[in-house]
Design a protein. Structure first.
Length: 279
């Protein structure tokens, strides 16, 4: 039916939370689970070797001089999927009860369409002025904790239950590099373009190609996840801001690559989602 996939880099403490929540809270909690760990130096490799059997993980430890990055990691996992559906997740997610079933239900609504389906996200406020947006609820840092060591999952789950009971809507939007898709549709679209490795702009490139191929994008409120707030890419507190500098450089480099590939910058709709190219 479905395979869960995570590509990770030096994010062990959050990865542990993500894996445990998938195996505990998913409707298909026993589904295949692929972990791609690239160039990790934080104990991830050793932890996977020790706990793979406990969590029934199919894991791959990858060492690359030229990193595949998040997009390439998704491609790596997808090549090894044998089920009808692929579920890509961030390594800093905590998923709530039956989140995967609520995503799969969307495919029953639109059985003849190509779909990219995302969960509604809840994130701690990481900087002044950060506000909720379509598909993402921003809450104060002290609501449920902002880091792996102070996350209060029981309190979040109570809040999540109330949210999903009170809300039942869908947003026509794709979100980040996490989502549910049919394996055949992923193969047809060609996955992520390695041009944008290791990270930045690969999701917009993917979504634009999906848009051109006639995909429907759906983000249902009933499927809810906690996102620790880009711990998988930024990790500012761990390296004195060096990762943030690399992130900015990657943004600028891939912005230029995007312009060279598409000849124009992306155009966004009222949901903040790419809807084409600027004229």
């Amino acid at each position: 039916m479905i395979t869960f996939c995570i590509s990770t880099f030096n994010n062990l403490e959050y990865l542990k939370i993500a894996i445990d929540s998938v195996r505990t809270n998913s409707y298909y909690k026993d589904a295949p689970f692929i972990i791609h760990a690239e160039n990790c130096e934080d104990g991830t490799d050793e932890w996977l070797k020790e706990h793979a059997k406990e969590y029934d993980l199919e894991y791959y430890i990858d060492k690359n001089d030229v990193p595949l990055g998040i997009g390439g990691g998704m491609n790596f996992c997808a090549e090894r999927v044998k089920t009808e559906y692929i579920m890509f997740l961030h390594s800093d997610f905590y998923v709530t009860k039956d989140w995967d079933l609520d995503l799969l239900n969307v495919f029953e609504q639109y059985p003849d369409e190509k779909l990219w389906v995302n969960s509604h996200r809840v994130e701690p406020r990481m900087f002044d002025g950060q506000e909720s947006r379509h598909g993402t609820v921003i809450v104060p840092q002290d609501s449920f904790g902002a880091y792996y060591h102070d996350f209060r999952k029981d309190e979040f789950e109570q809040w999540a239950n109330q949210f999903t009971e009170m809300n039942d809507f869908q947003i026509p939007k794709g979100e980040g590099v996490s989502g549910l898709i049919r394996k055949c549709d992923w193969d047809e679209i060609g996955g992520n373009d390695p041009l944008f490795a290791p990270a930045s702009w690969e999701d917009m490139d993917l979504f634009l190609r999906m848009l051109q191929a006639g995909f429907r994008f759906v983000l249902p409120s009933k499927s809810l996840v906690w996102h620790f707030g880009a711990r998988g890419s930024h990790r500012l507190e761990e390296n004195e801001g060096k990762t943030w500098e690399r992130q900015l450089n990657a943004e600028e480099n891939n912005r230029r690559k995007w312009a060279e590939k598409w000849g124009s910058m992306p155009k966004h709709n009222e949901y903040g989602f790419i809807c084409g190219l600027e004229q």
